[in-house]
Design a protein around this ligand. Structure first.
Ligand SMILES: Nc1ncnc2c1ncn2[C@@H]1O[C@H](COP(=O)(O)OP(=O)(O)OP(=O)(O)O)[C@@H](O)[C@H]1O
Ligand SMILES: [Mg+2]
Length: 343
């Protein structure tokens, strides 16, 4: 790259940085200045490792799985990353400052927002599970529009990415929701990237791809929706015999998503399905349903919401299994303009 070009790129970066909040990830290319060659950096990017933080988040073992990466090379890589990054002990106060970067994106319903601390949070995974027609997909669509709104309107001032595994993304819904919030429908669609996933491996590839995009378009994306996280796993792996393999692959995907959320300050919203809970028949639970995905899913989600139908058009969201929030409930409704409070 010529030095004039360098300057242009640099100026652009500076401008972007002034506009956006301060970036807190360092691009993987920086490692070139610390003895890692360009070819290896390309290989890392192809494997979905786009930031220095990601190098630190990955174990040596998983880095060694990248083609052409020996143990010695991985050691060198880890060393270079450590020089550039601050993933070490910080004071409680510094931690507090870091957490201030967390944003919340409104669901469209004030009552639902209150239930989950103001909206769905960036740097975290929010999971919604429930029976069909409870609004899991509609919440995803509403979030895609709200994520674009200014922060003063409960938005995230950013773009959204949607990984569609069930063919349920509807541009008509986005248009109607955009109208409700008074933003241009075309512009709203322009700010959403959508991909259809056809099997669970493809789903993982798309996550790698979207992470690369988050790194490329620095600080631009605020939301990643995956609707649904589990559907393709249920088709790809059948029966008890394949359950442990399924759980292992699901775990890898969720741990990748946790890293993506933290690295890029993005809110990850996942939908999940329910299965009946035979164990609950023994006790006196009125609604013996539980989310699919077992402990692995439970462990990955920061906030879990159990959605169910109420009277008429009313829906009810309940905080499920939370370590730090009481298991409260909030009603909401689905309207043409997306998720709303119950009137
Ligand atoms: N334009 C609209 N206006 C009002 N309600 C709508 C509109 N579009 C969809 N709905 C309502 O949304 C509900 C479906 O919600 P959604 O598709 O989010 O369910 P889901 O939880 O994702 O279900 P599934 O498990 O089948 O994926 C239906 O009850 C439908 O009546
Ligand atoms: Mg759905």
């Amino acid at each position: 790259m010529s030095s004039a070009m360098d300057q242009v790129v640099h100026d652009q970066d500076v401008m972007e940085e002034e506009e956006e909040e301060e970036l807190f990830f360092t691009e993987i290319d920086e490692l070139q200045n610390h003895g890692i060659n360009a070819a290896d950096i390309t290989k890392l990017k192809q494997a979905g490792v786009c930031t220095v933080r990601c190098v630190q988040m990955m174990t040596r073992k998983s880095l060694c799985r990248i083609k052409g990466f020996s143990e010695a090379k991985v050691d060198k890589l880890k060393e270079a990353a450590a020089k550039l990054s601050t993933a070490s002990f910080i004071t409680g106060l510094e931690y507090c400052v870091q957490r201030r970067k967390v944003m919340t994106i409104s669901t469209g319903s004030k009552q639902l927002d209150e239930l989950i601390g103001g909206g769905i949070q960036t740097m975290a995974i929010t999971e919604a599970f429930g029976e069909f027609r409870t609004g899991k997909t509609q919440i995803g669509h509403t979030l895609c529009v709200v994520a674009q709104l200014p922060i003063s309107m409960g938005g995230g001032n950013g773009k959204a990415a949607f990984i569609d595994t069930e063919g349920t993304f509807r541009h008509e819904r986005i248009k109607a929701i955009a109208e409700r919030f008074g933003i241009d429908a075309e512009a709203a669609l322009e700010n959403i990237v959508v991909a259809r996933a056809y099997n669970s491996e493809h789903q993982m590839d798309l996550i790698t791809e979207v992470a690369a995009r988050f790194a490329e378009e620095k600080g631009i994306f605020r939301l990643l929706v995956i609707d649904s996280i589990i559907a393709l796993f249920r088709t790809d792996f059948s029966g008890r015999g394949e359950l442990s393999e399924r759980q292992q692959k699901l775990n890898q995907m969720l741990s990748r998503l946790t890293k993506v959320a933290e690295e890029f300050n993005v809110a990850v919203y996942l939908t999940n399905q329910v299965q009946s809970d035979p164990g609950a028949g023994m006790t006196f639970v009125a609604d013996p349903k539980k989310p699919v995905g077992g402990h692995i899913m439970a462990h990955a989600s920061t906030t879990r919401l159990y959605l169910r139908k109420g009277r008429g058009e009313e829906r009810i969201a309940k905080v499920y299994d939370s370590p730090d929030v009481p298991e409260a409930e909030a009603p909401y409704a689905i309207s043409a303009g997306g998720i709303v409070d119950v009137s």
